[in-house]
Ligand binder design. Structure first.
Ligand SMILES: C[S@@+](CC[C@H](N)C(=O)[O-])C[C@H]1O[C@@H](n2cnc3c(N)ncnc32)[C@H](O)[C@@H]1O
Length: 281
């Protein structure tokens, strides 16, 4: 299924007029946000660590020429960019394309190898299970999935060494625990929270005065991180993270969640949550 951009109207509303502005789309995906930014007259640098999105990025590059640049790397690499930008947007998590291809191993709805790597590089979910001790795996399940009985579940998984998504699913007795277990492993395989923290660390120095950072989160664990980091910026002017520009100050942008109509049209939007900040000076 083609990925339907989530909360796009709210994102555009939170950014205001972007004509002539420079935007970092940290999570290109199917390019839904990027196209909207370009069509509204902005220049876009887009990041995605999934090599499968490159053909879509190539099409956009041909259409929009120098106004668009694609960087096939993790978004924590925004820290290496030169210059300053008017907006940085994170639409976190996985895309419909990633979920819908069973061979990628993200979904328990189709059978495939227990992979879960967005980038295709590094250790996959099978390797992670192999490498972690029972206690470490239990911590992953607890911290990234709020899984109850995490220690027992970790022991079962270690003993069974599942190689496919269906094998893993068959080990989970309570149907309510299936999605949280898959989520927890996916977060660990892709170091999703570490990536988010490192990227957010780089944001203050990359924004112009008046620049905005918008995050769309899909579960409470990443939402908690965004909320905490944004709160630290909005309540602590003079953050030492801004050595080159001295004192900076941020104000929160109104949060948003999808309407019932959006959720009916796109059930994957249901847990989305928009948070944003604007840098005032
Ligand atoms: C929800 S989709 C984005 C959809 C996009 N906004 C659109 O409208 O088409 C999230 C995308 O972010 C990418 N992604 C997630 N974490 C990433 C990271 N740390 N670095 C780079 N890309 C990442 C995923 O590969 C996926 O393609």
């Amino acid at each position: 299924m083609k990925h339907i951009p989530v909360l796009l109207d709210s994102v555009m509303g939170a950014l205001g007029d972007v004509h002539g502005k420079k935007i970092i789309d940290a999570t290109f995906g199917a390019g839904g946000y990027t196209r909207a930014f370009l069509n509204a007259g902005a220049d876009v640098i887009a990041f995605d660590r999934d090599p499968n999105v490159v053909p879509d990025a190539d099409i956009i590059a041909r259409e929009y020429g120098e106004r668009f640049r694609f960087v096939p790397r993790p978004f924590s690499c925004i820290a290496e960019l030169d210059g300053v930008y008017d907006a940085i947007v994170f639409d976190l998590g996985v895309s419909s394309m990633q979920i819908d291809i069973p061979e990628r191993g993200f979904s328990f709805r189709g059978d495939g190898p227990l992979d879960m790597r967005m980038s295709g590089d590094g250790v996959d979910a099978r390797g992670l299970i192999e490498n972690l001790s029972v206690d470490e795996l239990a911590r992953v399940l607890r911290d990234y999935g709020d899984v109850r009985g995490a220690k027992r579940m970790a022991q079962n998984i270690k003993d069974a060494r599942p190689q496919t998504t269906y094998e893993l699913k068959s080990l989970i007795q309570n149907p309510h625990d299936v999605a949280p277990v898959f989520q927890a492993l996916r977060i660990a395989v892709n170091d999703e929270l570490g990536e988010l923290e490192r990227a957010l660390d780089a944001v203050p120095n990359l924004l112009v005065a008046g620049g905005r950072c918008i995050c769309i989160t899909f579960h409470s664990i990443e939402d908690r991180i965004v909320k905490k980091v944004f709160r630290s910026w909005t309540t602590a002017p003079g953050d030492p993270r801004m050595p080159t520009i001295g004192v900076a100050s941020f104000a929160p942008i109104k949060t948003a969640v999808p309407t019932d109509a959006e959720i009916n049209h796109n059930p994957r939007a249901r847990s989305a949550h928009l948070r944003g900040v604007v840098k005032s000076y």
